[in-house]
Write a protein that binds this ligand. Sequence first.
Ligand code: SAH
Ligand code: SF4
Length: 339
Amino acid sequence: MYDEEIRKLVLDLGEPKFRANQIIKWVRGGIDSFDDMTNIPLTLRNKLKENCYIANVKIERKLVSEIDGTVKYLFSLFDGEYIESVLMKYEHGYTVCVSTQVGCRMGCRFCASGLFGLTRNLTASEILSQIITAGKDNNIRVSNVVMMGMGEPLDNFENSERFLKLVSDPNGLGIGLRHISLSTSGVVSGIKELAKLNLPITLSISLHAPSDEIRNTIMPVNKKWNIEELVNACKEYQKVTTRRISFEYALIDGVNDTPECAEMLADRLKGIMYHINLIPANPVKENDFRKPSIKNITRFKDMLEKLGVNATIRRTLGADINASCGQLRKKEGFRNENI
Ligand code: SAH
Ligand code: SF4
């Protein structure tokens, strides 16, 4: 809840105004139960219990990568659903990759998150709680957030917007919007809405293909909004925000990794200020998509560079615990894992 919503609630419950500040402090710190609010009288705690619930995520299980210390969490939600989140350590601090939905209905063929469709949207508090819980569990301050876990943030626009407001609230975690990236598979209506908010976040577009012909076969969203519409929305977005856009490009063996694809890609993105992240496709056991050979990955990057395109090959973190891009899922990800 926003501060002003908590203030209103306190007044609606017939309580003195100053209680709101006390409650806000507790809520922003992250509590597990209303009874943790030790300076709040029992009568008010009971009223809160009757009128609200705490949307915390609960750590069910966690896996720690032996390679790079990346932590993957399986969180349970108040209604028995499950999501995953990942905590990564970079030189510049800790980053949490949050989920925004239970499942995903976009159906990208290479991704584990959408295998079972969408169960439900996460509330803003449930998205926020992933960061608070991971931070507390490791006793660290999280400095960056990527909305790149399970789910399509722009298919859950209202809660994503609320989350951005809550996470950057100086009374709460106070994570600056400049330290937050939001990734979308190309929900054009949402990009247009987001442009209206003019936030200094980084917008990431999961493009993954340079032509409609290829993109249609791997990303059903392209049938609703094709590349031209997507690119135009990015241009409009950039006009308003003046922020550089990030394009994600998962390199899939034999699908989108030829030098011709690199040429087409550079051509499609003309007129945008952008950066490309190349992600060698991560394994998902339910599909046959494989990453290209190192030779072909380098060939693709070299071709882009030759065309003057700024591209980085994304380092894979948490490879030994299935914590990489596109590998997050509901509880199934933890089945048969020995923990
Ligand atoms: N739904 C949003 C947010 C998820 S971000 C989106 O799709 O943008 C997760 C990123 O990982 C996206 O860029 C997604 O396309 C990518 N991804 C999904 N499956 C992948 C896989 N198997 N290998 C590499 N990247 C993958
Ligand atoms: Fe959903 Fe993103 Fe996975 Fe596509 S890549 S299925 S949009 S989570």
